[in-house]
Design a protein around this ligand. Structure first.
Ligand SMILES: [Zn+2]
Ligand SMILES: [Zn+2]
Length: 264
């Protein structure tokens, strides 16, 4: 089985002691690439260094997380994200809206998200979106961006069918994390609702370790459990589901070996 981890915080200090082992175990488990998320400019710089250390295997993104939107400074941060894109970042983000924790005022979250959606459109790069308990605003902004041709992924998806359909309707992707392996996950239908060509899988590590490792520090190798869960829900084989999330991640992030992007 092969897969691509579409969302890993590999630059997180949680991995400082054994990052090389983590990468090796990911390869052993079937990972053919890891997309290392830069959730801040500082994280993006560290993720970019990982992409240099593991060329052709680690890729990176650059953005400002909604938790930090209170400190978002468009002049400084958009310049910073542009610099990371010039350095090879494959996507803008993660950015988005988190009304569950409300670590930043909602108005500031919207401003930072809108600015990053625009930047993604301007640079024709995909955008990695975090959304929690912010369905109406997320749907409105995703639909508006999608109509302008901005492509994105709703990562670590736990939202409604309505939001998923709205995102899919404007050409977006949906990524599932280890949360779907938890005993209290009840929504089988959403795991089947995403078409074969729009589904991604992720660890979101070091957080959200899937069953049977729930509660431990998560790592990309364990995306295999999430892929298996998706395969079971969709009545297909682990090998086929793994091939889908690999092909889709290559296309979405325009990684080497991707098929030509579909014309909108
Ligand atoms: Zn997130
Ligand atoms: Zn994340």
């Amino acid at each position: 089985m092969t897969f691509i981890d579409s969302h890993v915080h590999l630059a997180d200090p949680a991995f400082d002691a054994d990052r090389a082992d983590i990468v090796e175990r990911a390869r052993q488990a079937g990972a053919v690439a890891l997309v290392c998320i830069g959730e801040s400019l500082e994280a993006a710089r560290r993720a970019g260094s990982l992409a240099e250390r593991y060329p052709g295997f680690c890729y990176f993104t650059a953005g400002v997380h909604p938790h930090d939107a209170a400190d978002f400074d468009a002049d400084r941060d958009l310049v910073g994200i542009r610099a990371e894109l010039a350095r090879g970042a494959v996507a803008v983000g993660e950015c988005g809206l988190d009304y569950h924790y409300d670590h930043s005022p909602r108005e500031r979250q919207r401003e930072a998200f809108i600015a990053q959606l625009s930047l993604a459109g301007e640079h024709q790069r995909p955008v990695v979106v975090h959304t929690r308990d912010a369905e109406d605003d997320t749907r409105a902004l995703v639909e508006e961006a999608g109509r302008r041709g901005v492509r994105g992924v709703l990562h670590c998806y736990t939202g409604s069918h309505q939001l998923a359909r709205a995102a899919l309707d404007v050409g977006w992707y949906i990524s599932f994390s280890g949360i779907i392996t938890f005993k209290n996950w009840k929504d089988e239908e959403v795991l089947r609702l995403v078409p074969d060509d729009r589904i991604l899988a992720e660890s979101d590590s070091p957080y959200l370790a899937p069953v049977p490792n729930r509660g431990k520090r998560n790592e990309p190798a364990w995306v295999a459990h999430t892929v298996a869960r998706l395969a079971a829900a969709r009545g297909t084989s682990v090998e086929l589901l793994g091939a889908l999330v690999t092909t889709n991640a290559r296309r979405f992030f325009a990684l080497p070996g991707a098929d030509a992007p579909a014309l909108q």
